[in-house]
Ligand binder design. Structure first.
Ligand SMILES: Nc1nc2c(ncn2[C@@H]2O[C@H](COP(=O)(O)OP(=O)(O)O)[C@@H](OP(=O)(O)OP(=O)(O)O)[C@H]2O)c(=O)[nH]1
Ligand SMILES: [Mn+2]
Length: 182
């Protein structure tokens, strides 16, 4: 992707697309924060904290929950944002036809063999969600569910090590240093 104009246009197009797709979705906090705050925040972690400027990664971050949570298809993503973005979004999309336990185990199993681009989005997604969990407990979650989310995230993040030091250091701090040790 060549110039600033082109990059700006495609990023804004991407934010607009995700905002429309997630328009009726809310986070699970008491304030019912618009869901779009999450993908935008994930992209911001990548630019502000992880030093990532690859437009494919930033687009995939903005779009990362559209296929999983809305009527968006991967073909639709490819037709607008190209095959590279499609492939990263596909890698970070859970198969909702599987049980929750299978989905969670697959994330652990697939993390290490993911592409570098997908690993970056996964790290930023976990960092955002863990920070959000520290900020407040989602409606309907009890202590056990929160703890299990931390433990499971630790297992995923362990498999993503060696991808981005800045995000891994911050995840390590949130998860507790021991969880990242072998
Ligand atoms: N911490 C937090 N999470 C919220 C909130 N609202 C929605 N979520 C979403 O909930 C998901 C984590 O909850 P789980 O119990 O593991 O999954 P589930 O609700 O989809 O079954 C995350 O999905 P995800 O982004 O697809 O990531 P992943 O963790 O499933 O990989 C996260 O974005 C909130 O207020 N706080
Ligand atoms: Mn997410």
């Amino acid at each position: 992707m060549a110039n600033v104009e082109e990059v700006m246009k495609i990023i804004i197009k991407c934010v607009d697309f995700a905002a429309v797709k997630h328009k009726d979705q809310r986070r699970k906090d008491a304030e019912k924060t618009p869901y779009i705050n999450h993908p935008i925040g994930v992209a911001k972690i990548l630019t502000e904290e992880a030093g990532i400027w690859d437009p494919v990664v930033i687009q995939a971050a903005i779009l990362h929950d559209t296929v999983e949570d809305t009527d968006t298809s991967l073909d639709e993503i490819e037709s607008i944002f190209g095959v590279e973005v499609r492939n990263v979004v596909a890698e970070v999309t859970d198969d909702k036809s599987l049980s929750k336990m299978q989905r969670k185990e697959l994330q652990v199993m697939n993390a290490q063999s993911s592409s570098k681009e997908a690993k970056l989005v996964k790290l930023a997604d976990k960092l955002y969600n863990l920070r959000d969990l520290k900020r407040c407990t989602p409606e309907g979650w009890d202590e056990v569910r929160v703890r299990e989310y931390f433990e499971w995230s630790g297992r995923v993040v362990r498999k993503l090590r060696g991808t981005n030091a800045a995000m891994e250091d911050k995840l390590c701090e949130i998860l507790g240093f021991t969880i990242l040790l072998e």
